[in-house]
Design a protein around this ligand. Structure first.
Ligand code: AGP
Length: 586
């Protein structure tokens, strides 16, 4: 969603906030803005577009206190006016979240004479706070948030006060303890390199961030403490490290994500086993890529542990009346651990008595606080909006989970050597020619069966997300039940085929596409398919995919295909239009 950061201390807040916004930009890049205390005044700078547009405005400025915002637009189109910070009277603030009752509040404030410049819900918070402000910023923020419905992480300053007041409800705020200053931010990776220690505000908490310290308060303004923890985000993880894009850097880090996830699983195994004892049914929930990982988890649990399993998008799960009980484990899969639908799905499952297991790449996220136990994904910071290494990390974690449920030796589980195979695919798969075909097609269909179908759905999401080419994933057997009508010489059908026992079925489906004049491609490790379609279909030959572990190999290939396609169209795959990395609102 949006990214926010604040700093108070002896260093130059202008440099810290600007650098922070650059690193938070993956959370939204419709506009950026910042406010600094300079000579007793609050000075605001904001622009539509990327953070770098602020650079010339900030040149040569110095300040000891500042707040900043990078926006993913929800209420009000991307524009200079709608960019944060928003100011009303002495109050200036940045906000991440959605205020659901903003129209009522706006009408009430307008009756009292308030005039609004923007179309945002966030400006309403500033106006309300300005009404309540009489020299005590924390008191004004407290009274303000009592009136808000929805989600918020707020950082506010008042002209003449050398302090940032922060509050949170359903949107994250991390406090950072640095050398010579104190920070508040949307996530901890942005503080890597700046703060060795962090603490996390709980829902309903407030904080005052001053140049000489931080004070934290609970929902009733009683001063409290939130445990300081080591900032696990590694310094340097936010850098491109010589790669043209984060997407390429990160998909090449998949082997390490798989390896580290397997190691971390072994360390957490006893706890996970305890949380699963007596469970006789598993429901995977998640959104987007995480949901697609859940589909793979379902197949693993059914195949390997022979236990009933389902997978559902968290957005559907949270709005139904799910049948769960104490013997059901709801496994919530989320890279960020922040996705609103997934959090609500997990909360619902918990309230109904189910066990909640979080599979996440964010060890301190809200999801980990809701869950009974955590299955760690150790992919490291993922900056590209399109998920790559977190997906392969999730798949490795779900495979280990299924082995554990089956009472099989989770140590290794056939995974050894696999990271090396993924690396070879990431380094060597020749997807360039196929990416050109996709780039200039009018639609790309990904088809597969079983695990290959689950990966086909992810392949399609990845391609449309970064290249904007219409695409769909289908079970290969469904082709003849409708989709075949779309096939012509301007469409590409990409078959993902790794199940040797289905070779003849794949042959039939590929023949059907070719006979209708469509362009066919096959991503496969099956020699027989390569021989059968040499010269008639475009073949991406993979090393041996090893049954259940095939998604780790095929995923890398389709991620590379999406990347190459976006790049050949001159698009930036790291920041696809209209999207943001974590969707913390509905
Ligand atoms: C993946 O490429 C997407 N950016 C998106 O589908 C993402 O997986 C989804 O929003 C869920 O995010 P999460 O894993 O952080 O919960």
């Amino acid at each position: 969603m949006c990214g926010i950061i604040g700093y108070a201390g002896e260093k130059n807040a202008v440099e810290i906030v600007y650098r922070g916004l650059i690193n938070l930009e993956y959370r939204g890049y419709d506009s950026a803005g910042a406010a600094f205390g300079i000579n007793g005044r609050t000075v605001v700078f904001k622009r539509q577009g990327r953070v770098e547009k602020l650079k010339p405005l900030l040149e040569g400025l110095a300040s000891g206190i500042g707040i900043g915002h990078t926006r993913w637009a929800t209420h009000g189109s991307p524009s200079d006016i709608n960019a944060h910070p928003h100011t009303s009277g002495k109050i200036t603030l940045v906000h991440n979240g959605i205020i659901e009752n903003y129209s009522e509040l706006k009408a009430e404030l307008e009756k009292g004479g308030a005039v609004f410049k923007s179309q945002t819900d966030s400006e309403v918070i500033a106006a309300l706070m300005s009404v309540y402000y009489c020299g005590d910023i924390l008191g004004a923020l407290y009274k303000t948030v009592k009136r808000l419905k929805g989600s918020y992480a707020i950082m506010a300053v008042a002209e003449g006060e050398n302090v940032i007041a922060a509050a949170r409800h359903k949107s994250p705020v991390v406090i950072g303890y640095g050398n010579g200053g104190y920070y508040c931010a949307s996530d901890e990776p942005v503080l890597s390199g700046e703060c060795g220690e962090v603490s996390f505000l709980k829902d309903g908490d407030f904080a005052l961030i001053k140049p000489d310290g931080v004070r934290i308060f609970d929902g009733e303004l009683r001063e409290t403490e939130r445990k300081k923890q080591k900032n696990l985000a590694q310094a340097g993880s936010l850098e491109l490290g010589g790669f043209a894009h984060y997407m390429l850097k990160e998909l090449r880090q998949s082997p390490a994500a798989v390896k580290n996830t397997v190691t971390a699983f072994a360390e957490a195994e006893d706890k996970i086993r305890g949380a699963l004892s007596g469970v006789n049914r598993i429901i995977f929930i998640g959104c987007g890529t995480a949901y697609h990982a859940g589909l793979i988890g379902k197949i693993y649990v059914e195949d390997i542990a022979r236990m009933p399993a389902e997978a559902e998008t968290a957005g559907e799960f949270r709005y139904k009346n799910p049948i769960v009980n104490k013997n059901t484990a709801v496994v919530a899969v989320s890279q960020s651990g922040e996705t609103a639908d997934t959090l609500e799905g997990a909360r619902l499952a918990k309230s109904l008595g189910a066990r909640v297991i979080a599979v996440t790449n964010a060890p301190y996220s809200q999801l980990t606080r809701i869950a009974d136990t955590v299955v760690p994904v150790c992919a490291g910071a993922e900056i590209c909006v399109a998920a790559t290494k977190s997906y392969t990390g999730q798949i490795a974690a779900l495979y280990m989970l299924a082995l554990l449920l089956a009472g099989k030796n989770a140590e290794g589980g056939g995974l050894s050597g696999l990271p090396e195979i993924c690396k070879n695919v990431a380094d060597g798969a020749d997807v360039y020619a196929l990416s050109r075909l996709c780039a200039f097609s009018k639609g790309v269909y990904f088809l597969g069966r079983g695990l290959d179908y689950a990966v086909a759905l992810e392949a399609s999401l990845k391609l449309k997300e970064v290249s904007y080419i219409p695409s769909e994933g289908y079970p290969a057997g469904e082709l003849k039940h409708g989709t075949l009508a779309l096939i012509d010489n301007a469409t590409v059908s990409v078959f993902i085929a790794t199940d040797k026992s289905l070779t003849d079925k794949y042959k039939n489906s590929v023949e059907q596409v070719i006979s209708r004049g469509g362009i066919a491609a096959i991503i496969t490790d099956i020699d027989e398919l390569e021989t059968a379609f040499k010269g008639r279909a475009h073949i991406i030959k993979l090393p041996c995919c090893r049954g259940h572990l095939s998604p780790l190999v095929t995923a890398t290939a389709v991620q590379l295909l999406a990347y190459e396609t976006a790049v050949s169209l001159g698009l930036n795959p790291d920041k696809p239009r209209n999207l943001a990395k974590s969707v913390t609102v509905e």
